[in-house]
Design a protein around this ligand. Sequence first.
Ligand SMILES: Cc1cc2nc3c(=O)[nH]c(=O)nc-3n(C[C@H](O)[C@H](O)[C@H](O)COP(=O)(O)O)c2cc1C
Length: 223
Amino acid sequence: MKVMHVDASAKRERSNSRALSRFFIERLRAEGVDVEIDYLDVTVDTPPHVTEAFAIATYTAAEDRTPAMKATLAASDALCQRLLEADALVFAMPMYNWSMPSAFKAFVDSVTRTGLTYVNTEDGRIEGQLGRQKVIFITSRGADLRPGTPFSSMDALTPSLRAAFGFLGVAEPTFVDAQPLQFSDQEARTQALERARGELSAIASRWAQVELSSDVEEEADAI
Ligand SMILES: Cc1cc2nc3c(=O)[nH]c(=O)nc-3n(C[C@H](O)[C@H](O)[C@H](O)COP(=O)(O)O)c2cc1C
């Protein structure tokens, strides 16, 4: 399984979202999945912010683009290709000011591309191209935003991720939200991490079952 693994926390060794995404990949391997990783740290290789040149080039039909426009889009083209080639997408990030880290938003702006990650069909529909990929968002939050808590209405992260990737064809993403990890006592933090690891283990096990059974089907077809 080719997995594109993206981390987005400004923290490194002390990052919870990074530790949880590593844990998830380890669990997939422990379940017997042959995992090939394409890794991207968007805090190191941050895609550029949208510029005027990008905004014009991206909405110019591919056949009408000048060499300069093609050069403007080259890095974004390559990033889209990486997403399209992956079988699974593992996106890990902290909540910053109720939404996604700006480095991850720059990534979203880079990979939302007409003619690549979504296409306009002849009958006027928009067809996202990431329908084949399994997708998991692993988010870490300082507060507890679960339903029924005072902060639940402040969650602008989950809906924005759902919308951005739904547009690209991701119909049923999985979310594992570790919370509360900062604005709480130590016991609540420990429980939040345990809960998240439990959910991640269960999801890794489900993904492995699907992956290993499709391997068996492919082998049977080949006989
Ligand atoms: C700049 C900044 C903004 C933050 N904003 C929020 C927020 O709006 N809501 C929240 O629940 N936690 C917020 N936090 C807390 C982080 O989401 C939390 O500590 C998380 O566990 C960090 O993940 P990490 O360990 O992977 O970096 C913020 C942290 C930072 C550094």
